[in-house]
Design a protein around this ligand. Structure first.
Ligand SMILES: Nc1ncnc2c1ncn2[C@@H]1O[C@H](COP(=O)(O)OP(=O)(O)OP(=O)(O)O)[C@@H](O)[C@H]1O
Ligand SMILES: [Mg+2]
Length: 364
């Protein structure tokens, strides 16, 4: 899937000039771009680069990744990219937990260098379970691993989430991640933000009656009595670099916020259910025993002592958010001439059967 219309030719030179302004005088940095855009993910642009510079009289080398906000003409998934917030969230989460969050280095907030804001972080050596094609289709390192290794990956990912949730005083430290959303609880503010995100998506792809049904029901049934933790947000295995089936890099902080623990746990489980739905529609066996809700809940309870509440509401919430992602990625495919504009945007929702079932079960 094409993501960007950025011209890569001038990028190394521009990055080197900018790096010179971030480093002490005489650093004389050089930048080499390894490849264009990394394989996973559909939202931000990721540049893989090597840099050299002089420090204390010696030539140094570093391996970095630039996370670049998408340009407006590239039909971004989200209405805004808050790169500075992502940078700050990663920096604070790395500092206040044992979770392996890549070290963030330099932030370019103005957009003057590459056209949109970006930041550089350390590159981490590891493998990400593929999204395209989804890991549960087979023929990749995770699918081909033994059940024990798959379980190690599952449990260590739950442990990483638990580690983030264990950060004290999240509501005050990470409250800035809620932006200007309104509502009398973190969950209500998150829901209000999602409605705004849907409203942003409609002009490019047309309305979705399913999303509207979902949002209306969710707004009328918001769970209460939950505690507030740092939520990683896009908490799925496709956003983790692994070595030996354990996380070495927790990536992709653009949906990070504060809210109930259930949000991250449901998202972890639901992302797999989306892929299982797609595999099922292609009559592939998939990975039905992997990332099951009851297993994730009990691992989390063992690690934290917290029995989370029912995830039903959150999974319908996830179905709505995935639907909006599909609205945006579909609109982008239309913009880049990859597909014809559909009459009905819901035909682009690859999790539609699951979404319908969840709406019916909820009585939405
Ligand atoms: N610090 C890093 N070290 C090594 N590789 C990285 C690093 N950050 C990102 N990558 C690579 O880039 C890919 C995409 O990164 P990421 O998931 O953060 O962004 P994205 O997928 O574009 O966003 P989204 O998931 O919202 O669409 C990762 O799968 C990984 O291969
Ligand atoms: Mg990603």
């Amino acid at each position: 899937m094409q993501r960007s219309s950025r011209d890569a030719a001038n990028v190394p030179k521009r990055l080197a000039e900018w790096l010179a302004s971030q480093l002490p005088d005489g650093a004389e940095p050089t930048v080499t771009l390894q490849s264009g855009i990394a394989a996973n993910g559909m939202s931000s642009e990721t540049l893989i680069l090597d840099a050299t510079w002089t420090e204390k009289g010696e030539r140094r080398e570093g391996e970095f990744v630039a996370r670049v906000a998408p340009a407006a003409q590239d039909v971004p998934v989200f209405p805004s990219y808050r790169l500075q917030d992502q940078f700050d969230a990663m920096s604070l989460a790395a500092e206040q937990s044992e979770v392996p969050v890549p070290r963030v280095r330099w932030m370019e907030p103005s957009g003057d260098v590459l056209g949109t804001p970006f930041f550089l972080m350390d590159r981490v050596d590891g493998a990400v379970p593929p999204d395209v094609l989804p890991y549960n289709f087979g023929d990749n390192w995770l699918y081909d691993a033994g059940v024990e290794q798959q379980r190690r990956l599952q449990d260590s990912t739950v442990a990483a989430i638990a580690g983030l949730h264990g950060i004290a005083d999240a509501a005050s430290t990470f409250g800035f991640l809620e932006g200007d959303a309104t509502g009398d609880s973190p969950m209500r503010r998150n829901l209000a933000w999602t409605r705004g995100w849907y409203d942003y998506a409609v002009p490019d792809s047309g309305p979705s009656p399913m999303v509207e049904r979902g949002l209306t029901w969710l707004e009328a049934n918001v769970p209460s009595g939950t505690d507030t933790v740092l939520c990683w947000g896009d908490a799925r295995i496709g956003n983790v670099l692994y070595r030996e089936f354990e996380p070495v890099g927790v990536l992709d902080w653009e949906m990070a916020t504060v809210g109930p623990r259930e949000m991250d746990l449901a998202w972890l489980v639901f992302a797999h259910r989306v892929f299982e739905t797609i595999a099922g529609s292609l009559e592939l066996p998939g990975m039905p025993d992997f990332l099951r809700e009851e297993d994730v809940r009990s691992t989390y309870a063992e690690l934290t002592g917290v029995e989370v509440g029912d995830l039903g509401w959150y999974q319908l919430y996830d179905a709505v958010q995935w639907a909006i992602v599909f609205m945006r990625t579909g609109a982008r495919q239309v913009r880049f001439g990859e597909i014809e504009e559909p009459d009905d945007v819901e035909t682009l929702m690859h999790h539609k059967p699951l979404f319908e079932r969840l709406l019916d079960e909820a009585g939405a």
